[in-house]
Design a protein around this ligand. Sequence first.
Ligand code: MG
Length: 181
Amino acid sequence: MKLVYSRDEMTRLCIEALESRGVTVDDIANIAYEQQSKYTPDIKMETCRDSVLKLLSLRDIFHTVLLGVELDKMAEKKMFEGPIQDIIEQDLGLFGIDEVLGLDIARIYGIIGATNFGDIDVNKRGIVSKLNKEGKKKGVCHTFLDDIVGAIAAAASTRVAQVMNEELAQELPYERISLFD
Ligand code: MG
């Protein structure tokens, strides 16, 4: 039995779990790029990809990705007992536990991460839109996956903004910042 994984292993296992459900690192990085390039025009796709990979190495995200993927697969196989089977399988709009998991990921980067998650959740960008549409097909359940993927994209997008601001702060000459600025 193995319970703890290294950051490299967690990244690899997250990528494998996501790819087994049709989602690539670049799919997630594309959403982060599209979202953040509106505010930060000179961002690079590479920075977005790095941010996604960094997030996939975090233990909490690793646990959430693996759990979410398994919950969707279990709903597809009708493995839940009682009303919750249909509620998850049909992706009931009033069921919000998928958003809770997403929000938990997005809030790694505070309220801006949460706001960016809301934007992706409502506007259904890129792969999130595709997952949402496919999830409506018979025998396919993406109830948890769309939120988890959207949340990783939102966190990556927010991380890119923070990385770029950090770079900007380091470029500014120290003398220019006074108590009254
Ligand atoms: Mg959902």
